[in-house]
Design a protein around this ligand. Structure first.
Ligand SMILES: Cc1cc2nc3c(=O)[nH]c(=O)nc-3n(C[C@H](O)[C@H](O)[C@H](O)COP(=O)(O)O)c2cc1C
Length: 223
């Protein structure tokens, strides 16, 4: 069965962003996907300190529940990242989570998966934030199918809410369709190839201090 994981970066479990994320998950479930939602705000999230242990050993120095979220992400076929616009970007919770996924970027651990970005904003920039979430997913090797973005109309209320939620449900359905048909996006394949070329050099340069990622690349036949 197709599995879709939603990761909420808003501190509000009943706020604006979750409305839109739930609509995406609803759309995916209506197409027969098994859906699950994780709230980052429930974790005692620690910051990445750039120690390099993930590259060297494949595990993080922090034990705060992020590894379990990462396992669910790798186990899913589709990943939806959702955040409100905070200062023209994602929330600190979402950014901390992304930083903790450095090994996922270096080893493209979401290869073969599909993703989508969800964002809300008070005054604007919601599409940019959702686009940034998708950029992150592509850095991890996933292909992204689109975004759902809406402006807030108040607490737990979106502007043109019915249309926004309908757009969210359509995105969820399309995500499941992309997963089922193994959809390919040639422009994203080019982006992946260019990034992999740069990453290959980095992985080779870091080999001595980062054996885990070097061995992963070797095992995948990418070196
Ligand atoms: C710290 C903070 C920063 C924000 N920065 C922006 C911003 O730069 N641009 C904007 O349009 N809205 C901004 N907002 C408004 C939120 O993006 C908006 O209210 C959002 O819908 C809240 O979603 P939530 O209910 O899921 O938390 C900010 C809100 C907070 C609390």
């Amino acid at each position: 069965m197709v599995k879709v994981l939603g990761i909420l970066g808003s501190p509000h479990a009943q706020g604006n962003t979750v409305l839109l994320l739930d609509a995406v998950l609803e759309g995916a479930a209506a197409e027969g996907a098994e859906t699950e939602k994780v709230e980052l705000a429930k974790l005692d999230l620690r910051f990445c300190i750039g120690c390099g242990r993930c590259y060297a050993a494949g595990s993080c120095i922090h034990d705060d529940g992020v590894a379990a979220v990462q396992r669910r992400m790798v186990d899913a076929d589709g990943v939806v990242l959702a955040s409100p616009n905070y200062m023209h970007s994602v929330t600190a919770q979402m950014k901390a989570f992304m930083d903790r996924c450095s090994l996922h970027v270096h080893c493209f651990l979401l290869t073969g998966k599909y993703g989508a970005g969800v964002a809300t904003a008070g005054g604007g920039g919601e599409e940019r934030v959702a686009g940034f979430e998708n950029e992150f997913l592509r850095l991890c090797g996933a292909q992204t199918v689109g975004i759902a973005a809406a402006l807030a109309a108040g607490p737990a209320a979106l502007r043109d809410q019915e249309a926004a939620l309908a757009g969210g449900r359509d995105l969820g359905a399309d995500l499941v369709a992309a997963i089922r048909e193994r959809r390919q996006y040639p422009d994203q394949a080019e982006e992946h190839a260019a990034f992999a070329g740069r990453m290959k050099q980095l992985v080779a340069r870091m080999a001595e201090h980062a054996p885990f990622q070097y061995e992963y690349w070797e095992k995948m036949g990418w070196l």
